[in-house]
Design a protein around this ligand. Structure first.
Ligand code: ATP
Ligand code: ZN
Length: 313
């Protein structure tokens, strides 16, 4: 049964994620990789946590900061752009901070940028004095303009910001950009970056003082583990001691080269089979065939590239 929303449940953690949209699927995959599983309710708005007392609430991304502020949800996966905007709005209304960013999540990357008509020659922010800028992010934009010492008019729009210059409702825009294709299609070009954004795990400004504290801490540790392992590969091989300097040169970008102790091996004062050492190192990103062949030419034998599934640092 779906517990009533708005009541503070103390022994279960409730995480708000986007119901559908850019962040929905990656948020679910990340939480699943953290070992969470759920039973979905019929209305598909609430998912009851089965493997752990961690439930999901599926909502619009714009609602997530408010749900955390009101204590309806404990954590949320939301774009930094949305979180900062709503935090800025609270500050402008004299409200205290209600949430904070706990962890960047490495997906949903985009930038909040100023974009001007293609034919403009951009000379810098001073050029904006007295102009009209259309945006869905008035608080972030107003803060930026203030820091730049510029007096411009912020035209708040809830959508289709990119057509405002063509409609004559604004001179330029401030909007989210990822590939830049939407800007190009509207004959606009990006000129200033106001914010580097990605999906983040957000929580209440004050933290928790009950069972949720332990659950949130465990989740954060798992998120950290999952993100650190992303794209990491463990490289294992054996080699004679005299090959080490050449191999280390080839593996400069990898982590430290570790000699794995083998029975009767170097740790015990001897060496492994045929006098070879067992070696391993952690590599960021893919390890190509070409790299493996170079390592082999430098004396590495029995090369193996392994995917790391789980680790606790
Ligand atoms: P909802 O129905 O939940 O309100 P939405 O239309 O507001 O959905 P999406 O378009 O799915 O939201 O974007 C969600 C988040 O994805 C944005 O707040 C932003 O953090 C991120 N994002 C990444 N790239 C882009 C992009 N090119 N345009 C807009 N958002 C992007
Ligand atoms: Zn939205």
């Amino acid at each position: 049964m779906t517990p009533p929303l708005g009541t503070a449940t103390r022994d279960r953690l409730r995480i708000a994620i986007q119901k559908s949209g850019r962040l929905a699927e990656p948020a679910r995959s990340l939480l699943a990789a953290c070992g969470l599983s759920w039973r979905e309710s019929r209305d598909k708005l609430f998912c009851y946590g089965e493997s752990l007392p961690v439930d999901l609430l599926l909502v619009r991304d714009d609602d997530i900061p408010g749900l955390i502020a009101d204590g309806v949800c404990d954590l949320g996966v939301v774009g930094r752009n949305e979180l900062d905007e709503q935090a800025g709005e609270r500050a402008r209304n004299g409200l205290p901070p209600a949430y904070r960013e706990l962890h960047g999540l490495g997906f949903g990357q985009c930038r909040l940028m100023l974009a001007v008509p293609e034919e403009w020659e951009w000379q810098g922010p001073q050029q904006l004095q007295g102009l009209r800028i259309a945006t869905s992010y008035p608080a972030i934009l107003a803060g930026w303009l203030q820091r730049q010492g510029i007096d411009a008019h912020v035209v708040e729009l809830s959508g289709s910001v990119e057509i405002a210059p063509r409609l004559g409702t604004a001179d330029l825009i401030c909007d989210l950009v990822s590939s830049g294709a939407t800007l190009a299609a509207n004959h606009l070009k990006p000129v200033e970056n106001l914010l580097d954004s990605e999906a983040v795990l957000a929580g209440p400004a004050g933290g928790f003082d009950d069972a949720r504290a332990g659950l949130a801490q465990m989740l954060l540790r798992r998120v950290d583990g999952v993100l650190q392992l992303k794209d990491r590969k463990l490289l294992m091989f054996s080699a004679a001691r005299e090959s080490l300097p050449a191999l280390e040169r080839l593996l400069q970008d990898a982590g430290p080269l570790v000699i794995v102790p083998t029975q009767g091996g170097p740790a015990q004062g001897g060496s492994g089979q045929n006098g070879a050492l067992s070696l391993q190192t952690m590599c960021e990103g893919a390890v190509s065939w070409q790299q493996l062949e170079e390592l082999e030419r430098a004396g590495a034998r029995g090369l193996m590239v392994l995917t790391v599934e789980r680790s606790l640092a």
